[in-house]
Design a protein around this ligand. Structure first.
Ligand SMILES: [Zn+2]
Length: 350
């Protein structure tokens, strides 16, 4: 394939008309992200994909939409730096309509997220509930199942956009390839993982770019553990939490929590996540792991050597990947690492 075009949805607030299609948070404020249920936003994405496919001699589209649902955002249960429980979305009129169509009680969902916000803020202040952090969190879900339903509604909106973009591209030319970027959090967070069925995603795409960035993965995984370890799992020592979570994810031997940023995740992680994706799609689409080449990390975090990049690339290929996407962008890549990835591909092909 010659070219991929990436489409993101974060817009400057001074783009004309963008405020009207932005998401609305728990407090009723407009945010900087686009509402997945706003008809104009959906038309924008399909229109943009159509225009790209008609105007340029490209082989396909990689649709990139690195967005998490309200539950993850509330808990900071990703590698995100922030725990944004007071700013979860989207409570606009289009979401209200979508909620009705899916039998979700809008006001109960908003009330559930307001309670979740109070739980998160109290946890961050070290105010331990009498029954413990985890029981209190689970009780919120039991008493407000709308919290899960609302998160699910986000997934429905996101996957509907994926299906629409796929349809728009195929309408231009059946032979154009469509792929989706599968977020890094899919490999760190078992709760998020449960919401992503590879076999379902495979029905909407020709290929999936599965993020297996192992170098920056170290500091990102540490951040995830620190975030969930400061709210829902606050009663568990973080090193233990890391070990427990890694078992849930079927990770092998990775570094200790304090060493993760300087060690990164191993080539074995790359291989395991590649194999999981291959098994998950059941042959319905191809798997192109996203290989970390120079993705920026913190000042004291690991910078991958060319040998590291070679090992990660080789691990994905040996695990059975159909191809690779060297990620994320050329401007981040050191040529020696790029050369090492190329060498791994050529040597594997021999
Ligand atoms: Zn909305």
């Amino acid at each position: 394939m010659k070219l991929f075009c990436s489409i993101e949805d974060v817009f400057r607030s001074d783009v004309p008309g963008v405020k009207e299609v932005a998401e609305v948070d728990l407090q009723g404020r407009r945010t900087g992200t686009l509402c997945l249920f706003h008809p104009d936003v959906r038309s924008f994405w399909t229109g943009l994909a159509t225009d790209l496919c008609k105007s340029y001699d490209i082989d396909g589209i990689l649709f990139f939409n690195e967005r998490n649902g309200p539950l993850l955002n509330a808990l900071g249960a990703s590698h995100s730096q922030s725990i944004a429980s007071s700013r979860v979305t989207c409570f606009c009129e289009h979401h209200q309509k979508a909620a009705r169509e899916h039998g979700i009680h809008f006001d109960r969902a908003r009330e559930g997220y307001a309670k979740l916000d109070r739980f998160v803020q109290a946890s961050l202040k070290d105010q331990r509930p009498g029954d413990g952090y985890f029981a209190e969190f689970w009780r919120l879900l039991v008493e407000h199942p709308e919290i899960i339903a609302w998160d699910r509604l986000f997934d429905i909106g996101k996957h509907q956009v994926l299906a629409e973009v796929n349809g728009a591209v195929k309408d231009v030319h059946k032979g154009l390839q469509v792929g989706f970027h599968i977020e890094h959090v899919n490999s760190f967070n078992p709760i998020f993982r449960a919401t992503r069925r590879y076999d379902d995603l495979a029905t909407k795409a020709d290929f999936l770019k599965v993020v297996v960035y192992n170098n920056c993965g170290g500091e990102r995984y540490q951040r995830f553990i620190n975030n969930v370890g400061s709210t829902v799992f606050r009663d568990v020592p973080k090193e233990l939490l890391l070990q427990f979570n890694s078992k849930l994810l079927n990770y092998g031997d990775e570094a200790r929590l304090d060493e993760l940023p300087t060690t990164g995740l191993s080539p074995d992680y790359v291989a395991r996540e590649t194999r999981r994706a291959l098994a998950g799609v059941e042959g319905k689409c191809i798997i192109l792991p996203g290989i970390d080449i120079g993705i920026p990390t913190g000042g004291n975090s690991r910078k991958a050597s060319p040998d590291d990049t070679y090992a990660a690339t080789r691990a994905a290929l040996e695990a059975g990947a159909h191809g690779l996407i060297l990620s994320r962008k050329y401007s981040e890549m050191r040529l020696a690492n790029l050369e090492a990835a190329g060498r791994a591909v050529r040597e594997f092909a021999k």
